[in-house]
Write a protein that binds this ligand. Structure first.
Ligand SMILES: Cc1cc2nc3c(=O)[nH]c(=O)nc-3n(C[C@H](O)[C@H](O)[C@H](O)COP(=O)(O)OP(=O)(O)OC[C@H]3O[C@@H](n4cnc5c(N)ncnc54)[C@H](O)[C@@H]3O)c2cc1C
Length: 408
């Protein structure tokens, strides 16, 4: 039988959360061997068309890890945000709430970065730092024994490690193998993602229209382009995904409005089913969940990956410190610190996005009036608005060192 390969830390899943964790651990503890194993099959529906709102705290971490400089030319600062609440066919969508103040030091609270650009920058940085990336390959199973975890790979190979981090996405197979239970439900909604080119400049303003079928977000990209996250009831979304481009363009114009002049579809449409998944535990002996494997949330606030970045920063800090003082990095005492740090934050964000989605995705006259009054009140309270901006920037709560822009 072939001898098992060895690594100190193996990360299963080379999405943005997994790659960031690998890079952050390697950055803080260059002597640790870090391996990323990624299934990396061709994506159904072609390359990811999404762009992500990267909060200021995550940007600081990416800068500290040398990733940001590789993505910066494609990163559009979000300089303001407008929120409306209206019916789908309304000719005018009054703005109830605006956010247009940067953070205290003039830093934008978030940037929009295409997922393809971010993934490539992370992969390049991780490889340069000495992370070994094995792909296409899967972690099929694992067994824990004293002092090590042994991974069985899809190819039949084996790898022995001190710590296995499962960053294998929201439907994490490794989470199930670890016996970690979830609380989860599907929203009867899907997000249609499509990029749009338009006549007039967006000036860095993001717009979120709360429509009865769900939020319709217009997110600025570099140039006269925007990324749309268009939430619809599932059956309607499936129809729109299969529909002729001309029909989609008409439906789009009804929702988008005319504030940016003429618009044209710029690239394929992709559909994403939406749901909420929260985990009961983050860790088991020699095993930790990270990214969407630990929490799948509604994209209404653009915070899913930002939570994953926080996981990566917190786990790296704990692993690097434990290693520095000679502790076993796969020990439950060490991993429990990570769980305590991340559990409440992810639970809170999951619940907040769930409540927001339920509150705003409803066609009810009275509720609409109550929402408009509520948004109007927030709009008149600069102190409260500043608080929301700090949260959206990822600067609330106990920040990991990397998210303060410090190195480990
Ligand atoms: C429409 C939409 C818009 C969004 N917008 C934003 C936003 O603006 N801001 C934000 O912060 N978040 C946003 N999100 C959320 C964000 O996209 C996710 O949180 C993020 O992509 C999760 O990254 P991840 O690395 O945890 O998982 P994934 O990206 O799902 O990566 C998992 C990886 O694991 C691999 N894998 C799976 N099984 C195995 C295995 N057994 N062995 C090895 N590898 C395996 C897969 O191939 C994949 O590469 C949005 C989500 C949606 C749906």
């Amino acid at each position: 039988m072939a001898k098992a390969k060895r690594a100190d830390v193996v990360i299963a899943g080379g999405g943005s959360a997994g790659l960031t964790a690998a890079l952050a651990i390697k950055h803080g503890a260059p002597a640790l061997s870090v391996m990323v194993i990624d299934a990396a099959g061709p994506r159904k529906g072609g390359p990811d068309q999404r762009a992500s709102a990267i909060a200021a705290a995550a940007r600081r971490m990416l800068a500290a890890l040398g990733v940001w400089e590789k993505a910066a030319s494609e990163a559009q600062p979000i300089l303001g945000m407008e929120i409306t609440d209206s019916a789908t066919g309304d000719a005018v969508r009054p703005i109830f709430l605006t956010f247009d103040e940067p953070l205290a030091d003039g830093e934008p609270f978030a940037h929009m970065v295409p997922n393809g650009v971010l993934g490539a920058a992370l992969k390049e940085s991780a490889e340069k730092a000495g992370v070994k990336i094995v792909a296409p390959e899967t972690v099929a199973d694992f067994t824990v024994q004293p002092g090590a975890v042994t991974l069985a790979l899809g190819s039949g190979d084996k790898v022995e490690a001190k710590l296995l981090v499962a960053a294998d996405g929201v439907r994490s197979g490794l989470r199930a193998k670890a016996g970690i239970h979830t609380v989860s439900w599907r929203y009867e909604q899907m997000a249609i993602v499509v990029n749009v080119a338009h006549e007039r400049p967006h000036n860095g303003i993001a717009v979120e229209h709360f429509l009865p079928s769900g939020p319709f977000a217009i997110l600025p990209l570099i140039g006269n382009r925007c990324s749309l996250v268009w939430t619809e009831r599932e059956t309607e979304a499936k129809k729109l995904l299969a529909e002729d481009e001309f029909v989609v363009q008409l439906e789009l114009e009804r929702r988008f409005g005319h504030h940016l002049g003429a618009i044209t579809l710029d690239g394929p449409r992709q559909g994403f089913p939406l749901g909420l998944t929260l985990v009961r535990d983050f860790v088991r002996p020699r095993f930790a969940l990270l990214g969407d494997a630990a929490h799948g949330i509604h994209p209404i606030a653009g915070q899913g990956l930002n939570l994953g970045f926080r996981d990566a920063a917190a786990l790296a800090e704990i692993v690097v410190e434990a290693n520095r003082i000679g502790l076993d990095i796969g020990d439950m005492e060490v991993l429990k610190r990570y769980e305590r740090w991340r559990r409440f934050d992810t639970f809170q964000m999951g619940v907040t996005t769930d409540v927001l989605n339920r509150l705003f995705s409803r066609e009810n006259g009275l509720l609409r009036i109550a929402r408009s009054v509520g948004l109007g009140i927030v709009d008149r309270l600069p102190q409260l608005k500043r608080g929301f901006i700090r949260e959206a920037a990822g600067l609330g709560g106990e920040l990991p060192r990397l998210m303060r822009g410090e190195t480990l």
